[in-house]
Design a protein around this ligand. Structure first.
Ligand code: ATP
Ligand code: MG
Length: 241
């Protein structure tokens, strides 16, 4: 049984845009899968199905159980999703309250929740932002805080949409190292293929709402013809290899 399974998923947005047209993939426990593909391919739409925010047709199963059969709270504690636009997931008056919110919901005592939130903020390089209102942060600061809100839940699966977008080079490196050191299985969408090389065991190439290839990261990301056919390019570190 796969940890996460997506089978023939189809979804149209209310305006009729067919974002997913039979997408399938599977994530095994302890593994990391990257979802890559051109703008509008359907990556973010697919990720929003993994913890029950969107519901398409086809099947999405977490630990063998269809997402629609999970109690919403339990699913969100099991699958930690970091949105592409971090402002969509930050809503409390301060960063510390936002990062403590999940742990409090899980039943931690206020002191424990605050301690966990403080430690997680430190781990993503955002300790000094604890008392700031989330909506007045820079793009990169907001992204770190959004990641902290997911990590603070200690989910079994991390689903990350563009986790290093807008981060400065030092912060990008630090977050990649942090993510590489986490034991959880991960699904990561992104255009930063060097990040994908560092973090993903496997890559799925999504185009027009379908997965066109799924395989070992180095094999797929070195395949110039395959990548070009889907609007992608071989990352610099694999060119000429
Ligand atoms: N809220 C929405 N309402 C209508 N259409 C949408 C909405 N969000 C996304 N879409 C459309 O769904 C399709 C897939 O978009 P999605 O955001 O999933 O792509 P993506 O692969 O994440 O792209 P990017 O690399 O730009 O982040 C696109 O055609 C997009 O225009
Ligand atoms: Mg996206």
């Amino acid at each position: 049984m796969s940890l996460v399974e997506v089978i023939d998923l189809r979804f149209a947005w209310p305006d009729g845009t067919q974002a997913l047209q039979g997408a399938s993939l599977a994530l095994e426990d302890g593994r990391s899968l990257a979802l890559v593909g051109r703008n509008g391919a359907g990556k973010s739409t697919l990720l929003l199905h993994l913890n029950g925010i969107l519901h398409g047709t086809g099947a999405v199963r977490v630990k063998g159980r269809p997402v629609e059969d999970w109690p919403a709270d339990e699913l969100r504690a099991t699958v930690g999703l970091v949105f592409e636009h971090p402002e969509d997931q930050l809503f409390m008056p301060t960063v510390l309250e936002d990062v403590s919110f999940g742990p409090l919901n899980l039943g931690l005592k206020p002191d424990e929740a605050r301690e966990r939130a403080t430690a997680v903020l430190r781990s993503v390089g955002a300790a000094e932002l604890a008392q700031r209102p989330p909506h007045h942060l820079s793009a990169g600061q907001m992204r770190r805080v959004a990641l902290a809100t997911a990590l603070a839940m200690e989910p079994e699966v991390l689903v990350l949409d563009e986790p290093v977008m807008a981060l400065d080079p030092e912060g990008r490196e630090a977050i990649i190292e942090l993510l590489a050191g986490l034991p959880q299985a991960k699904i990561i969408a992104g255009h930063d293929l060097e990040m994908v090389l560092q973090l993903a065991d496997e890559v799925a190439i999504l185009d027009a709402g379908r997965v066109h290839a799924l395989g070992p990261t180095r094999e797929l990301l070195a395949d110039d013809a395959l990548l070009r056919a889907h609007g992608l390019r071989v990352p610099a570190s694999l060119r000429g290899a």
